[in-house]
Every structure is written in C-alpha cells, then in structure tokens.
Design a protein around this ligand. Structure first.
Ligand SMILES: Cc1cc2nc3c(=O)[nH]c(=O)nc-3n(C[C@H](O)[C@H](O)[C@H](O)COP(=O)(O)OP(=O)(O)OC[C@H]3O[C@@H](n4cnc5c(N)ncnc54)[C@H](O)[C@@H]3O)c2cc1C
Length: 425
C-alpha cells in the first residue's frame, strides 16, 4: 500500500522512541525526535537496564500467589522488593490493580499470550537492527540461564514454565557438571539450571540506544533536545508540540516518554497510569567471573549480564515517591548477591563500582500502552513497557508504524490506551 509521507514528532529518545523513529524513517516519513535527555544519558531507563532479550519474559510479575509472597519480601531488608511507606497513598490504586492483574492462572496466561508477540523473535529482530545500524557486535545470542537451588525449587515455578511452553519458549535443563561447565564459579547453592535457548542480550544498552540514534540521524531523523511542555491542539488533533525552544509543527505525534508518559498524557487529557518500578545496577570488573550467558539467580531475584570486560548485576523493585533520591543500599544488595553467587570471584568494594538507578515505566496490568490517544486522534502512544522495553522495542515500532500509516491490526486491543480512561492514580 502506498502511504503519504507525514511529519511525525516522536517524544522520547530512549530505546522505544529511537527504534520507532527508525521504523518511521524507513517508511519514508519525515521524523523529528524530541527528548529531554540525550540518547546516551544515564537518566533514561534505556541506559542501565540488564540488556536481556528473553522470550521467557512472557511470565508476568503479577502471578497467582504473589500476595502471599509480598509480606515476606517486604520484611526482608535485603530482599528484592521495597516499598517506601510515604509512597503508599500515591500508589495504592495502582498496586491493588497490579496484584489483581495476574491473580488467577487464567489472567496470568492471558497476559503471557499478549506479551508473546513482543518477545518470541526479539533476538532476531535486534540482530537485524544492530546489523543495519553497523553495530552487530552489540547483540549476542547463545541463550539465557535461570538457576535454582535444586529441581524442587524449579518445580515450584511450574506454572511459569508451563506458560513459557505454551508460548513457544524452548529451554534445556542442566544439572551437575553440565551446569558448572556452562557457568564456572557459580556457587554450590545452585544445583539446577534452565537454559532458555532462543534468547540473547545486548552488550551495552546505553551504547546501543546511542548507536541506533546515530543510525536514525543518517536516515534523516532530526533530533531535538528539549522537554515537551504542552501540545497545541485544534479539532481533536495536535498541530504542534511545544517546548522551551519553541514549537514543532506536526502531522502526527508518537509519545514514547518512558516514565514521563503519564505527565505527557495528562497534557492531552488522557490517562496513562505509569508507576516507576525503580531498579538498580552495579557494574564490576570481576575478570575472574567467566560468564558466557546472562544468568538469573531465581531465589535472589537478580540477574548478571556480561558487558564487555565487566559484568552488570541488575534487579530490585523499589516503589518510592516520584523524584526521591536513589537508595544506594539497594545497589549494595545487588553487589552482595553477586558475591554470594560467585563466592571465589575477586570483586571491588562497593565504593569503587559503577552504580545506577532507573525508572521502569510500568502499567498496573503488566502490558504496554500502544495505540491511538482517546483525546487526540493523530497521537499514538508507545510506552509502559515496564521490565521489557528494550526487548519489546522492534515489535512496538512495527505496530506504531502501521498505526501511523493507517494499517489496521486486530491484535492490539490489549495495549489500547483507552483501557485506563477511568483509572485514577
Ligand atoms: C534495573 C533495570 C533492568 C532492566 N532490564 C531490562 C532487560 O533486561 N530487558 C528489557 O527489555 N528491559 C529491561 N528494563 C526495562 C527497560 O529499561 C525499559 O522498559 C526501557 O528502557 C524503557 O524505554 P523508554 O524508551 O520507554 O524509556 P526511557 O529510556 O526512560 O526514555 C524516555 C525518554 O522520554 C523522554 N521524555 C520523558 N518526558 C519527556 C518530556 N516531557 N519531554 C521530552 N522528553 C521526555 C526522556 O528524556 C527520554 O528520552 C530494565 C529496567 C531497569 C530499571
């Protein structure tokens, strides 16, 4: 189908906005990206994530029985979840809806099925994109490993693994010598592993976003640095995107503002109730940890990813009021988890390691927000990817490009921004 070229303004220069801009430029649109942060800025979630491209991430965080585990997590000061009490009034409705989202096997399975298209071939999509952008070395295959203390602990996750099987995820069980050969130096506390064979990872999420932005510029995408402060509207459409330096006239707008999307949506009278699940990373040199594939410690709920000569440990979910300073004790916990998982590794002291905190832009139903704005018919949302924004970006970009070109898809109903119309955050 021949489509008319339009001027599309993409708000957000993280991984989602950047990959969307490439998809639109490929289709012949004139594209401007405006972001409050530069594509290599550590302020964005896209900079410091764990880099996992995991088809097995169909299993949502909201699962049956989560409500039973939450008190145990919260009471453990060194656990994977923390909720600052001052944040409770602000987050209560979101948390209730989140807990309910996957509270029965039927609901959790529906979320998994809706996440599948973003994940099942994400490694191939990123490999193709990285090749196209001239940085093929930034995407690696080889699988992803999830380790358990023993087979019984793996068995306790049976519902999650059956959801993975139902969604076409392949894995291999590893025990004893086979596990130790794949993951030398791994603590004896882990005796069982599941290697998800179709997965991979990004060796530098911030570097990748930046390289893709450079590639986008080569395709003619204009990059503007600035914070969007409003939208000039008429007749239910946005005519221009306003920022401190002036305004950018447009035919269409894509909102890919990460955690900033809630505020941008408010400017359009829409409701997109994103809450930040704050996460942390520490990056250590640990040259004596030979980690061939990213590895998740199921009991400690954190993952380690090889990043060049270093390894990045990432995890933690912290709910706090917007704008509160990072609590670096959360990063210290991750460092201690690395030490516990690789006891013989020589690892720098906490004071010497690089540390980072970022905002996962999370919806209460564990699904992204992709679709046309209920209050501005030429605006499309591409946000709310929570824990899965890197891996999901190419499929998201395809949906957005179709929506901009007026190609209808029947399968995007679960991501419709209008589902939150009545939600109050
Ligand atoms: C610890 C941690 C580990 C993670 N691990 C993984 C993983 O392994 N795999 C995975 O797929 N995902 C992972 N994620 C999630 C992933 O990082 C995010 O889902 C993803 O980066 C979101 O990308 P984004 O482009 O939507 O948002 P961001 O990267 O945050 O970018 C948002 C952009 O919007 C701009 N913006 C916002 N408001 C405005 C405004 N008013 N005006 C102008 N610009 C604005 C910002 O400046 C920025 O450019 C992890 C996240 C964390 C925190």
């Amino acid at each position: 189908m021949k489509v008319m070229s339009q001027h599309v303004v993409v708000v957000g220069s993280g991984i989602v906005g950047t990959v969307v801009s490439i998809a639109l430029a490929r289709k012949g649109h004139r594209v401007s990206v405006i972001g409050a942060d530069q594509p290599d800025s550590c302020e964005m979630a896209s900079y410091g994530n764990a880099g996992w491209l995991n088809p097995g991430s169909v299993v949502p965080l909201s699962m049956p029985g989560l409500w039973r585990k939450v008190p145990e997590y919260l009471l453990n000061a060194n656990g994977p979840l923390t909720l600052r009490l001052s944040a409770v009034p602000q987050l209560a409705s979101w948390l209730v809806r989140f807990m309910a989202a996957g509270c029965t096997p039927r609901r959790a399975r529906a979320i998994a099925a809706a996440l599948r298209p973003f994940l099942h071939d994400a490694l191939e999509r990123h490999e193709a994109l990285a090749r196209e952008a001239g940085v093929p070395e930034m995407i690696k295959g080889g699988g992803l490993l999830i380790v358990y203390p023993d087979r019984a602990a793996y068995g306790a996750d049976a519902l999650g693994w059956s959801m993975r099987r139902d969604n076409g995820v392949a894995w291999r069980e590893l025990e004893g010598e086979e596990l130790r050969t794949l993951c030398p130096g791994l603590s004896e506390r882990y005796q069982f592993g599941a290697l998800i064979t179709d997965g991979g990872y990004c060796t530098s999420p911030g570097g990748y976003t930046s390289a893709l932005a450079t590639y986008a510029a080569g395709l003619g995408v204009t990059q503007v640095s600035g914070r969007v402060s409003g939208f000039r509207k008429s007749g239910g459409q946005v005519l221009a995107v306003e920022h401190a330096g002036g305004e950018i006239a447009c035919d269409r707008v894509v909102i890919a503002g990460g955690i900033g999307t809630t505020e941008l949506a408010r400017m359009l009278s829409d409701t997109v109730p994103l809450v930040s699940e704050r996460g942390y990373h520490v990056q250590v040199s640990a040259q004596d940890v030979a980690l061939p594939v990213p590895t998740m410690m199921s009991d400690l709920k954190f993952g380690i990813t090889p990043m060049g000569n270093e390894i990045r440990g990432a995890g933690q979910v912290e709910f706090a009021r917007r704008g509160r300073a990072p609590d670096w004790r959360r990063a210290r916990i991750i460092l201690e988890c690395i030490r516990a998982s690789f006891p013989s590794a020589r690892i720098e002291s906490f004071e010497k390691v690089a540390r980072w905190m970022g905002n996962r832009p999370s919806t209460p139903d564990c699904l992204p927000v992709i679709g046309v704005s209920p209050h501005a018919s030429n605006v499309v949302y591409a946000s709310g990817h929570g824990h899965l924004g890197l891996v999901s970006s190419p499929y998201t970009a395809d949906i957005v490009a179709d929506l901009i070109d007026g190609v209808s898809r029947t399968d995007i109903k679960p991501y419709d921004p209008a589902r939150f119309c009545r939600f109050r955050l």
